[in-house]
Design a protein around this ligand. Structure first.
Ligand SMILES: Cc1cc2nc3c(=O)[nH]c(=O)nc-3n(C[C@H](O)[C@H](O)[C@H](O)COP(=O)(O)OP(=O)(O)OC[C@H]3O[C@@H](n4cnc5c(N)ncnc54)[C@H](O)[C@@H]3O)c2cc1C
Length: 403
């Protein structure tokens, strides 16, 4: 093998790139991870998975490692709809995966995952910024590190470069985008007075088209999120100056004001566009996309990490099953279209019913909420259980009260 030639090069060392590197290096593949950050800072990225994401991490052999290093198990999920508590849910007892919710500080998770990739035999280069990708039968990557430029080759290039992926552009994929809908932002707090680190509380205030969630991360740290429909509230909160407004809006949404007494922000505040972006069939010409590069789902529903872990598992399984990695790439892409497609459809239903703004949405809620109060199984359970839940027209009519 010429130096600079690998089986796999992953562009990005987030959950997607690092996990794929680890699981493929374990099977003897020569893997290189190119990650531009030398040190990870708080980018306000996903820090909590539902039971189906836990099961994906388990299938990849990553769950115990994360739990023992930086993770925190949260056995209970509480949901409040318009101030009324509608669920106090034992996640292990009520999920088919028999698993809890699971949280971690995102930068710590990335460090653990990259170390695990290296321990499995992958080469990890930090401070390595990819500038170009050339697709083809032996695709190449142009990378800059410490002021030097290099071109590297691999059998397969993996675009795992996140929600603003440039690999998509370089490899000439077409990016699709939903219409603008929700905005969502978050802040990391210390000393927040949550009643317990064993419960993840989630308030949905449909009258305001707003939601707020609190992810206990262990050791007294909590990631607080606030999301809203941009037609109800177009303010894009950003930076220290907007912190009082973030807290005020969270309390207005339903969160107890006591949570914030004595709480200290220990990370930045930033708000993001919720609208999904995705690529149909995210493989061509030796370049495959995984994680947010393939499909960045609306963070409001907390599915991105689980989808990323699913992408890694599906791609690994096809790479191990096929001698021909072009065929493996196409097989992965077809499966990706299915699992992302279901989550995307169900997330959009959730937005329509719970957070959409305007008189039509209010009329729908007047019809649907009493039905949900009688029978909570009308609400799709994909946030906990993943894409295997019913998502056909019958399920939609049941949720929308149109039978
Ligand atoms: C506000 C917000 C809240 C969220 N909350 C949740 C949640 O509660 N639960 C959940 O499951 N998901 C959540 N998500 C989504 C979750 O963060 C993502 O789905 C997940 O991080 C995707 O992982 P990834 O590896 O694909 O990308 P990333 O984590 O973005 O990693 C990409 C990596 O690529 C590197 N990179 C980028 N470009 C280059 C380049 N040119 N060269 C080299 N390296 C490069 C970056 O530095 C980065 O380390 C949230 C997202 C946002 C924005």
């Amino acid at each position: 093998m010429a130096s600079g030639t690998y089986d796999i090069i992953t562009i990005g060392g987030g959950l997607g790139g690092a996990a794929l590197a680890k699981v493929m290096a374990e099977h003897g593949a020569r893997v290189l991870v190119l990650e531009r950050e030398k040190q990870f800072k708080d980018r306000i990225r996903g820090e909590g998975l539902g039971p189906w994401g836990v099961a994906e991490l388990q299938a990849l052999g990553l769950y115990d490692l994360l739990r023992e290093t930086c993770g925190h198990e949260v056995p209970w999920g509480d949901i409040y709809l318009d101030s009324l508590q509608i669920a106090h849910r034992d996640m292990v007892a009520t999920s088919p995966q028999q698993a809890p919710l699971f949280t971690f500080p995102h930068p710590a998770m990335q460090e653990v995952m990259l170390q695990a990739a290296e321990d499995a035999g992958a080469t990890v280069q930090r401070g390595a910024s990819v500038r170009e990708v050339q697709p083809g039968t032996m695709p190449t990557v142009g990378v800059e590190r410490d002021g030097h430029s290099k071109t590297l080759q691999a059998r397969l290039i993996v675009g795992a470069d996140g929600r603003s992926s440039l690999v998509r552009k370089w490899a000439r994929f077409t990016v699709q985008q939903d219409p603008e809908g929700l905005l969502i932002g978050g802040v990391l707090f210390a000393d927040m007075a949550l009643p317990s680190e064993d419960v993840l509380p989630w308030w949905i205030n449909s009258r305001l088209s707003q939601e707020t969630l609190f992810f206990p991360l262990g050791q007294g740290r909590v990631r607080a999120y606030l999301g809203y429909h941009r037609q109800a509230n177009p303010a894009r909160l950003q930076g220290e100056k907007d912190l009082p407004r973030f807290i005020e809006e969270s309390i207005r949404t339903g969160a107890p004001a006591e949570y914030y007494k004595g709480a200290r922000a220990i990370g930045p505040l930033a708000m993001f566009e919720g609208a999904d972006t995705w690529v149909d069939h995210p493989y061509k010409d030796g370049v495959v996309l995984i994680g947010d590069a393939a499909s960045a789902s609306d963070p409001s529903w907390g599915q991105g990490l689980s989808l990323t872990a699913r992408d890694v598992r599906v791609l690994r399984d096809h790479l191990l099953a096929h001698e021909d990695w072009d065929a493996a790439g196409h097989a992965y892409a077809a499966e990706h279209d299915w699992h992302y497609g279901v989550i995307h459809r169900l997330d959009n239903w959730m937005q329509e019913v719970f957070l959409k703004y305007g008189p039509e949405a209010e009329a729908r809620r007047a019809r649907v909420f009493p039905l949900i109060a009688q029978d909570g199984t009308r609400v799709p359970d994909h946030v906990a259980c993943g894409p295997e839940v019913p998502a056909d027209e019958t399920a939609r009519r049941r949720f929308f009260g149109e039978e």
